[in-house]
Design a protein around this ligand. Sequence first.
Ligand code: SF4
Length: 321
Amino acid sequence: MIEIDELSLIKLVEEIKPKLVLVVCPSGIRLECIKIISNFSKKYGFNAIFLGESCYGICDLAESEASFLQVDLVLHIGHNSTLRRAGKMTYFIEAYDNISLIPVVEKALPLIKEFKNIGLCTIGPHLKRLDEVQNYLQKQGFSVYVGDSIPPLRKGQIFGCNYSTCKMIEQFVDVFLFIGSSRFHAIGLYNLLGKPVLVLDPHTKEIFPIEKDALKVQKHLLFNFYKAIDAKNIGVVIGLKEGQYNIPAALELYKELNGLGKNVYLIAMKEISNEKLNEFQNIDAFIETACPRISEDFFDKPVLSLQYGYKLIEYLKGQKI
Ligand code: SF4
């Protein structure tokens, strides 16, 4: 069950007094958002438009849709962070999953008893309950580390592209417990720090080490990297989602790779999908500058992240990588 930060919502609506509001949220909580905001809009006298597009992160703003629709306000719900607003019209409203985390942590005790120092991390919806987990584990005799807030991350929070809260406690930790249902966060953490990561899913109560999945992803990324070395024609994809837009990096890749004898094409795309990339039949490999997580997905042609794009340039220049 999801709880929206209604107090902030009321304050915001009373302050802005919007007539037309665009509501943006991840698909997992869309139904709840529709229910809550529909009631809310009647009470506060505004019309709500629910954006029917994907929304994967705090980077996934809808400012251009908002100005096209001429709304007075964008409510971006469910991507919690230290940020209150972004762009001209977007205000973030936090949403929390009220499921208790203790049952799955209790179930994990036999699996973590060999470790002394535990690092804890989670994603936005479970942040409010992370302190409870820390206290619980401390009472069981563990030393528990939770990385302080580094904006835009809150204490103990990770994004798929930002693990700074874990990096700061890495040296003290024997194992990380990632509390959440999304494998890719845990995979990213393992692949960045190389420490054991256990996933504790509070909904399914599943507990498993992420190592196998993470190594599979590493293999996949390397395989694509080596395939991209031989690519003659490379597409550099510029993400059109506002928070993922990185044209300076795309132009840098364009210039460098051209200089290294590749035929490079700049491509702009909002949602990067296999079908859309396949339309560029002349391209042998892509580098996407939007979101580092995308290249972990499976595409027909190699798709590298920006980080691997830079590695490719170093490799082609004969530098050690
Ligand atoms: S760039 Fe990707 S990983 Fe980072 S917040 Fe956005 S969707 Fe998540």
